[in-house]
Design a protein around this ligand. Structure first.
Ligand SMILES: [Zn+2]
Ligand SMILES: [Zn+2]
Length: 536
């Protein structure tokens, strides 16, 4: 078993633990371990055998035992049992219909069905109402849900990084192209789609049904199928005839209103051919939201980025040292990297005292001696206190090259107070950039009540930039707000807020989010040279 397969099994175990209503921290620990193993350069099987696997971050004795079992026997017995008990295809279909995992299992037991197909059959035969607790009303709702078009279903979107991995994996397995929300880099992906090109659709449809990621089929047609994952997330497969591939890609990628405004689409072997036949310039997928037939701007590209201005090290809650982060940034072709560790008010993790900030400065100076002309910037992620003051004294902030100001605690303030708090901080002359301005965690915590128009005004007047944070569960500012900020004349910074070397890779998510806000390279501070960054 290679690292990828082992990580997939741990992920599957985490999903089933979730479904089995286990302690959420346990499931999260397995997911984190899976992520670590995926990014590992050495085979994890060797580490298990040499007894060194516990040295990996996040691998405790429980996970070590499961890894050992997996490496030695090729399976996790408890996982196999859970899979039998919880019938993933039933759970997937149940979730898709809005039932909890527990409810799906109860339903399956009462109906004595063991698969999604049997559940559908039982529903069609009118047996649902025989189940205790299911009256005609719930039966009607379930039958309607089974018949309903997937687009009208309210559900939780997948985080972009997870959706990219899922759709990318399926597209690669089928030799197709990722489409849907993933291709538009939406922050939360609901429509997942893959488009394949084939004269005969049968092989791709059969391969799709056989994929481990697809636990049940909800619909199938001549050139189209809709499957669901164990989380109940629908995934659409379109198998287009070669001369219709371009139109199929456009339809499977754009938001409904964008596509509707382009219809009727002519045939074409690729998107460029279809756009050309329409007499409309090709449009980057990130902009295919509202109807648009014009000339798109030249959007910022990942390759325009010259440095990262927000990352953490072992001085606070990061996993790598200053020098390790700098070397990784250098390897990405960057010219500079700002080290922005936390300050004490952040609370949950260690924040740097003034003395530590100065000692870190010496470490940064040493790294600069070694790595010049690459430049490590002395930065900080300074908490904005509830009254708008910053968490470090001004004379210390004045020594630094780059100051991120961040709201972490006390985010439930009413809009007026929150806006005042943030505005006050932006007026501090040492602040360079406002971090994750809206403070949301996608699917977990709503946005802070913050009057962005007022923030844009002050940021513009003070020359402060706004961050587009690339953490997959933040992506903050999001696309719509980026566009508003740019319209107001404010510039943005694309940052990763990396807490590890690997975290620097989230720059593509930050850049894609900025692109969704119509950002060009000139709008992005860190697409510019170092002297421009420092002049701010
Ligand atoms: Zn932060
Ligand atoms: Zn941070």
């Amino acid at each position: 078993m290679d690292n990828r397969e082992i990580a997939d099994r741990l992920d599957a175990f985490a999903s089933l633990l979730d479904l089995g209503d286990a302690n959420p921290y346990t499931a999260r620990a397995y997911r984190r371990a899976a992520e670590t193993i995926r990014g590992l350069a050495v085979p994890v099987a060797e580490l298990v055998e040499s007894g060194k696997v516990r040295e990996l971050r996040g691998v405790g004795s429980g996970i070590e035992a499961r890894l050992r079992e997996l490496v030695q026997t090729g399976e996790i017995r408890e996982l196999a049992e859970l899979e039998r008990e919880l019938a993933p295809d039933l759970i997937g279909l149940g979730r898709y219909l809005g039932l909890s995992a527990t409810r799906s299992v109860e339903l399956a037991r009462a109906l004595q069905v063991r698969s999604a197909a049997e559940l559908r059959e039982a529903a069609a035969e009118g047996r649902l109402r025989d189940v205790p607790g299911i009256g005609p009303k719930i039966e009607a709702r379930l039958l309607e849900a089974l018949a309903r078009e997937p687009d009208s279903q309210p559900r939780h979107g997948l985080l972009l990084n997870r959706a990219l991995e899922l759709v990318g994996g399926i597209a690669a397995a089928l030799g197709g192209e990722p489409a849907g929300d993933v291709r538009r880099w939406r922050d939360s992906c609901e429509r997942l789609a893959v488009v394949c090109r084939a004269t005969d659709p049968e092989p791709a449809l059969a391969a799709f049904t056989a994929l481990p990621q697809v636990v049940a089929l909800v619909e199938s047609g001549e050139r189209r199928a809709l499957g669901v994952t164990i989380e109940g997330v629908p995934i659409e497969l379109v198998v287009a005839a070669p001369d219709e591939f371009g139109a199929a890609m456009i339809r499977a990628t754009g938001a409904a209103q964008y596509v509707a405004a382009l219809e009727p689409l002519p045939d074409g072997t690729d998107e460029h051919a279809v756009y050309a036949a329409l007499g409309v310039p090709w449009c980057p997928p990130e902009l295919r939201e509202a109807p648009f037939r014009g000339e798109p701007p030249e959007l910022v590209e990942l390759s325009d980025i010259r440095g990262d201005l927000h990352c953490h090290t072992t001085w606070s809650d990061g996993r790598a040292s200053v020098e390790e982060m700098a070397l990784a940034a250098l390897a990405r072709g960057y010219e500079y990297l700002a080290i922005c560790d936390h300050t004490p008010a952040v609370g949950a993790v260690h924040g740097l005292s003034p003395d530590e900030v100065r000692r870190q400065g010496e470490e940064i100076a040493a790294a600069n001696d070694k790595l010049a002309p690459f430049r490590v910037l002395r930065g900080i992620e300074c908490d904005i206190l509830p009254d708008g003051r910053l968490d470090l004294p001004d004379e210390l902030l004045a020594e630094l090259d780059w100051v991120q100001a961040s709201v972490h605690g006390g985010q439930r303030m009413p809009e007026r107070e929150m806006t005042k708090r943030v505005s006050e901080a932006l007026l501090n002359p040492h602040v360079s950039c406002l971090s994750h301005p809206k403070g949301r965690y996608i699917n977990r915590r709503p946005e802070n009540a913050l009057d962005l128009d007022r923030v844009f005004e002050i940021a513009l007047a003070c020359g402060v930039a706004l961050e587009v944070n690339g953490l997959p569960d933040r992506l903050d500012l999001r696309g719509e707000y980026v566009r508003q900020a740019l319209d107001a004349g404010v510039r943005v910074v694309c940052s990763t807020d990396a807490h590890s070397v690997r975290g620097l890779g989230n720059m593509e998510l930050a850049v894609a989010t900025a692109r969704r806000g119509w950002a060009r390279a000139a709008d992005v501070v860190n697409a510019g040279p170092l002297d421009e960054v420092l002049r701010r």
